[in-house]
Design a protein around this ligand. Structure first.
Ligand code: ZN
Length: 362
């Protein structure tokens, strides 16, 4: 996840701090310093470290439950809304997803019960306590109660929202459940922003965070659902013009101007795919090196995709390399076309108005 600092590793899981979590901590520390001076700031720092520990334990509740279903968790990132454990994959069964989602808040329930038993506290006593006079144990109990209550709000992708999605998925299937849960999540996000404007800037931050996280989840679920049964063959465009790496750049410019094609596979001397040359790279090379420069010095090396490769896998490999397009080859290694993110975007547009459109090609 971007905008986070790695601070350690436990049982195969990297722990990161999201920048907004640090802002949240800094805001609390500064507020206490301004009100009560150094002693109050030290007290606040100790308190914050313990809050941080409760949030981390909450995340490891999710992680431990996921591991029971054979799912590893490479990273966990702590944010003001309680942290995001990036599981390798989501459990296939809604029942398992529900258990993974609920395991985090359950850890805070256990911590709260231990604090109540250990320090002789009661829930009703803590909810009405004067915060100025509250002991550390009382404040920690309040934090854990708040963590449970806040995380159980059904604002996807918070825990309560994941529980909601799992319940919806039992009735509606994964894709529709995610889209519905994401819309509900964005509704809550808008509400948080509105309430936050009057009561707390942190709530505004949380609302914005949830809004974009819900949108990202909905988009990725839509792509996975739509790409599930498709291969590279279904989404690629046949390459009408194929260039040769020994040709000068001027030949590529001529091809660009004479056709609607903007991405050109480039063959090596052995007739195999060597690279891909797109319009932007052509123009850049024309400006820097002139039209006589060989195509081989302007192209990007190819990492050919196979016709029969699953579309989601091919797209993820393109995206992880920051490539917008890639050469496609058949089983014999012959270049047959180009897969571009532009074409996939067009397919998703069609899919959004006509779900179930026949994208499969023979
Ligand atoms: Zn959680």
């Amino acid at each position: 996840m971007g905008w986070s600092l790695r601070i350690g590793r436990i049982a195969g899981t990297d722990i990161g701090l999201h920048i907004t979590f640090l802002l949240f901590l800094a805001w609390i520390g500064l507020a206490d310093y301004l009100v009560g001076g150094t002693a109050a700031a030290v007290d606040a720092v100790v308190f914050i470290m313990l809050v941080f520990l409760c949030v981390t334990l909450h995340e490891f509740g999710h992680i431990a439950m996921a591991r029971r279903f054979g799912i590893k968790t490479p990273t966990v990132v702590l944010t003001p809304i309680g942290g995001i454990a990036s599981l390798e994959r989501m459990p296939d069964r809604p029942g398992q997803e529900l258990l993974v989602a609920i395991a985090g808040p359950l850890v805070n329930v256990v911590i709260a019960l231990l604090l109540m038993a250990g320090f002789g506290l009661s829930l009703s006593g803590v909810l009405t306590v004067d915060l100025e006079q509250a002991s550390l144990a009382e404040r920690l109990l309040l934090v854990n109660v708040t963590l449970v209550a806040f995380n159980l709000i059904p604002a996807f992708p918070m825990d309560g929202g994941r529980v909601l999605r799992a319940l919806l998925a039992m009735k509606l299937g994964a894709q529709r459940a995610t889209s519905l849960a994401a819309k509900i999540g964005q509704g809550f996000a808008a509400l948080f922003v509105l309430l936050g404007l009057f009561f707390s800037p942190i709530l505004v931050l949380i609302g914005v965070f949830i809004y974009f996280a819900a949108a990202a989840e909905a988009q990725s679920a839509a792509f996975t659902g739509f790409a599930a049964k498709l291969t590279v063959r279904d989404a690629m465009e046949p390459a009408a013009i194929i260039l040769d790496e020994s040709q000068p750049l001027s030949a590529a410019i001529d091809a660009l101007l004479a056709s609607p094609q903007t991405e050109f596979p480039v063959l090596g001397t052995n007739g195999r795919a060597r690279g891909l040359l797109d319009r932007d790279a052509m123009i850049l090379a024309l400006r820097e090196h002139g039209e006589a420069t060989p195509i081989s010095s302007a192209m990007r090396p190819a990492q050919p995709l196979l016709l029969a490769q699953p579309l989601a896998e091919a797209f993820n490999s393109m995206r992880s390399r920051g490539a917008n397009a890639e050469v496609v080859v058949d089983g014999n290694g012959q270049v047959v076309g180009v897969l571009s993110s532009g074409n996939i975007a067009e397919m998703m547009l069609v899919n959004s108005v006509r779900p179930g459109w026949r994208f499969r090609r023979r």
